[in-house]
Write a protein that binds this ligand. Sequence first.
Ligand code: 5AD
Ligand code: SF4
Length: 461
Amino acid sequence: MTAAPEPQAGSAPEKRLFIKTYGCQMNVYDSERMADVLRPLGYGVVDSPEGADLVVLNTCHIREKAAEKVYSEIGRLKELRAEDPASAGMTIAVAGCVAQAEGQELMNRAPAVDFVIGPQAFHKLPELVARNSRVRGERLSAEFAAEEKFDALAGPAAARKVAGPAAFLTVQEGCDKFCTFCVVPYTRGAEFSRPAEAILAEARALAEQGVREVTLLGQNVNAYDGAPGGLAALVRALAAVPGLDRIRYTTSHPRDMDAALIAAHGEIEALMPYLHLPVQSGSDRVLKAMNRAHTAERYLRLVERIRGARPDIALSGDFIVGFPGETDADFDATLELVRQVRYASAFSFKYSRRPGTPAAVMADQVEETVKAERLARLQALLEEQRQSFNAAVVGRTLPVLFERKGRYAGQVVGRTPYLQGIFTEGPDTLIGQIAAVEITATGPNSLSGRLAAADAALEPA
Ligand code: 5AD
Ligand code: SF4
C-alpha cells in the first residue's frame, strides 16, 4: 500500500482532496493522474482525510486481503464524517479495481460510499464530482476504454505535475494472459498499448520538470506493441530524450521477453540493470495449472540469456505458494528454482481465492496453515538472497539518483541502478542529481554510503 500522490506546497487549495492508494504502481500512477484531472477544479492534495472535501480510495482487488482493507477504510471514513464537523461534507469515492470488480455490490454493502469509478473511467472524475457531490448512489461504470482515458489525460487540462526526479509512466494496461489465479484480465481488461508518440510527449514534459528517471508501467509491459519494435524500441527512443538518464520497466511476463529486449539490456546505458520477471512457481505441474505458458526450465534458460546480456542485472520475482494442488514436492521445486536464480528482491504471497477465476473452483485447495508454513520458508530463502545481493555491492562506487531528504538533517536518500535504497550524508541540493557514492554498509532495508570525490571514477552501472 502506498500513499500518493505527494501533497503540494504553495497557496491553500480551494478544496481538499485526499487519495489513498492500494496495490500496484499502476494505481500510484492513476492516483497522480486523478489529482491532475481534479486540479483545474480547485482540488489540492492533502495528506490526511480529516477535513477533506473529497476522499478517493484507489483500490486493489488482487488478493482478498487487499479488497477487504477497503471496507474497513470506508468504515473509518464514515465515522469521521459523522463525528468530525470539519469532515461532515466529505464525498467518499471508491476507484480502481475493487470498484471495477464489485461496483454494485460495493454500493450495496457500503452505503457510505458516494460513488464508484473504475480504473478506465477516472478521467471522468471532474464531470462526476461536479454533478454528484454528495448525491449518493451515482455509479459511473467503467467500460474498458483505456484509449479514451489516455487521450483525455493527454490534454492540457490534465497537465501532469510531479514531485520528485523519479516518475512512473504507464505505457500499457490490461492483460490477455489469463493466469488461472488472477483477476487482472477481468478488472483491467484486454491488453492495450499507448502510442509511442503520446508516451514520448509525456516523457519530454516530465524531463522538463526535472525528472531523471522513468519507470514504464504495464500489467504486461513487455507485451508493449504501441510502436514498431515493441518495448525495446520504445526504451531506445526514451533514452534519447534529453534529461532522462534512467529507464526502468515493470511488470514483465517471461513469455514476452524477446531477443530485442534482452539485447537492449546490454546495449542501452540508460536502461537500468534491474528486471522484475515473475515466475510464480518452480513446478511445471503447477505452472501448467496456472496457465503460465512456460516451464521452470524455460524460465531458467531465459534468466541465463538475460544475464548473458547484462551479467550484473538485479532480478526480482513474484511467487505464489499454496496454489490448488501444490504438493510438498511442487513447493520444493520452487525453492530449487529460487536457489538457481539468486534473486535480488522478490514478492511472495499465499494463494488467495478470487471469485470468478478458474483456480477458485479447482479441487485440492491448500490449507491455510500449510500455505503459511511454505510462505515463511520461501521468504526466509528470498531474504537471505536479498541480503547477499546487497552485501555484494559494499565497497563499490555506484551512481545514485537522489530523490528526497532523509529523516535527519543533512541526510539524503536515493537509489542505486539496482533499485536499492541508499542513505548518504549530503546537501539537499543533491536531490534530482546523480552522484557517485561509495557503498559503505548494508542494513536490513537499505544501504548506506558516502559521496565519492567529485572526480571518482564511476564504475559502469
Ligand atoms: N493469490 C495470490 N497472489 C496473487 N497474485 C495475483 N493473483 C493472486 C492470487 N489470487 C500475485 C502474483 C502476481 C502479483 C502481482 O500478485 O504473484 O504476479
Ligand atoms: Fe495476472 Fe497473469 Fe496477467 Fe500477470 S500475466 S496480470 S498474473 S493474468
